[in-house]
Design a protein around this ligand. Sequence first.
Ligand code: ACO
Length: 341
Amino acid sequence: MPNAYISGTGFYVPPRVVTNDQLREEYGIDTTDEWIRQRTGIEERRFADEGNAPSDLAVHASKMALENAELTNKDIDLIVFATLSPDFAFPGSGVILQRKLGMCDEGHFPPALDVRNQCSGFLYSLATATSMVQSGAMKNVLVIGAEVQSAALDLSSRGRGVAALFGDGAGAVIVSATDEDRGVRHFQLGADGRHADVLSQKVWDTSKRPFIPQNADGVGQVQPEMMWAQMQGKLVFKHAIERMIGVMMQTFSAQGLTLDDVDLFAFHQANLRINQYIQKSIGAPEEKFLHNIQKYGNTTAATIPILLAEAEQTGQLTRGKKVCCVAFGSGFTWGAAIIDW
Ligand code: ACO
């Protein structure tokens, strides 16, 4: 059985920086830099300009990952695209990325799969790609986490509890087959659908006829509580801590690892306080934790691949390092992976 390793990473964030002060001054949101920093660690985030969808951000990240892996479009056997903010209700963003990368023009039509697991989407996708590669079915899988969340944030005082948290961005990795003794050693995934409503965005409801209410002229009418994401923040916080520690310990136990064996922790970036609380509770050194929430906010499916790509770029993440990735998100869903780089 071949090993599945990460042969290349890439990332892209849109150039437009929006600081906490700008949320107040430009968008008129009743908030302060102090409130957001103290509770979340976020200082600023990136918002994509109109005209950009997740697939557009993903093109940049994918090209960087391909270049770093020294591969071309034609080497890609499968695209796995994780996002909670897909370009459209359907088709998935994976096929749109395939087209925008120019694969179709080259006569190359790899399968494309969308994964809808929100903040855990990248780890669910990594697990899927790893299994495909280890089974021998695929040699190189392009795994993307990309979000344009700014288009669906209620950027008003009413929406401040959610709008202050999220940003736009894309991260990509290529999962490749190798005979070398390296790669994804173990992954663990979980879900608890009892909490499906705790963090959700029900723009439409297919149990209703029609799925979006219409006015007398047949024009869709989406009420604010359906249009914008709804979240019970304190409950998410509590479950995130419990599940992230639990799933990480399961992977440690499956691999016979202790904290000292891990060189870097690449945790989902939902809230700096969640990650710092976990780091202190388990007694791990602060410097082993990668963070970028301060500058990008929560980029949902993109947080972990962006962290990995940035860490490779800065030289923090090099061949031989053992990385522990952990995520938790809406669903609730969660996951962890141990990777020997
Ligand atoms: N600026 C100023 N005031 C705000 C803001 C804001 N941006 N947002 C909410 N408030 C107000 C609320 O209206 C409320 O006011 P009230 O007491 O007058 O009603 C007050 O602050 C407290 O609100 P809470 O929601 O109770 O604040 P809390 O201390 O729980 O912090 C937070 C909110 C930061 C979201 C926290 O619950 C949290 O981090 N939860 C984790 C959720 C998370 O990270 N979600 C990300 C997506 S899920 C994922 O990726 C895992």
